[in-house]
Design a protein around this ligand. Structure first.
Ligand SMILES: O=C[C@H](O)COP(=O)(O)O
Length: 261
């Protein structure tokens, strides 16, 4: 963590896990363990499935928890005949602060290309929700050594038409696809290489402020025994965590990354 102005963000992407009863239990368990100092040191966010958002909202509001929450996807459409979609205004009404855009599982299983991701990023901003933009290369690209060019091109595609003011509120998550859910974590240097390149690109596309202020997370098999090395890198501002965010004790350890060795 080089830049004190960028508050670390630890976000748990629950993916397709936890019905609303389980969601309440998990957030309660986290809230029981986390204290004021934890929230001063890091921003803590959970991303439950749509069906659990209302329950999480009720719990967070009712108990005035400092845990933030958001959604895993957003429709590029505001309303209309789009069966199964959930819109930005709906998520905003549920108090969502964040929404994932461009997660590799959406790109792969739902054919989301850069144009769709770009539309979703804009839909989030239009509803005052911070997009958590996911970028990252697959194994073939990594083996060819093209990870920086690939990820920077994804960034360019996702940010078409996004303003400087919006870019400064954006959160980016660099998630090499080969490291997601595989236990194959990128080395801290791997993470730093791409996160640094993305930061440079933000400067080229927008301004030195955008480059300095935008938080860039790493995601891919982050656990309590590897987070410290990754967070020590100067351009990594947090973690987007999948599997390890499903257990309260482990997630709390991630929030306390400074205590891990
Ligand atoms: O959104 C989270 C990422 O896909 C990482 O998942 P993982 O921590 O289970 O590898």
């Amino acid at each position: 963590m080089a830049n004190a102005k960028r508050k670390p963000l630890i976000a748990g992407n629950w993916k397709l896990h936890n019905n609303h009863f389980e969601a309440i239990a998990l957030v309660q368990k986290m809230a029981f363990s986390l204290n004021g100092a934890d929230f001063d040191a890091a921003e803590v966010v959970v991303l439950p499935p749509f069906t659990s958002l209302r329950s999480v909202q009720t719990l967070v509001d009712g108990d005035k928890l400092k845990i933030g929450y958001g959604a895993q996807d957003i429709s590029q459409h505001e309303k209309g005949a789009y069966t199964g979609e959930v819109s930005g205004p709906m998520l905003a009404k549920l108090g969502c602060s964040y929404v994932l855009a461009g997660h590799s599982e959406r790109r792969e299983h739902h054919n989301e290309d850069d144009a769709v991701v770009n539309a979703k990023v804009k839909a989030a901003f239009a509803n005052d929700i911070t997009p958590l933009l996911c970028l990252g290369e697959g194994l073939e690209v990594r083996k060819a050594g093209d990870q920086v060019a690939h990820t920077v091109a994804q960034l360019d595609g996702a940010l078409k038409g996004v303003t400087e003011e919006q870019a400064r509120r954006l959160v980016i998550a660099y998630e090499p696809v080969w490291a997601i859910g595989t236990g194959e974590v990128a080395t801290p240097d791997d993470a730093q290489e791409v996160c640094a390149a993305l930061r440079v690109r933000l400067g080229e596309l927008y301004s030195p402020e955008a480059s300095r202020e935008t938080r860039i997370l790493y995601g891919g098999s982050v656990k309590s025994d590897n987070i410290a090395g990754i967070m020590a890198k100067s351009d990594v501002d947090g973690a987007l965590v999948g599997g390890a965010s499903l257990k309260a004790d482990e997630f709390v350890k991630l929030v306390r990354f400074r205590e891990q060795s």
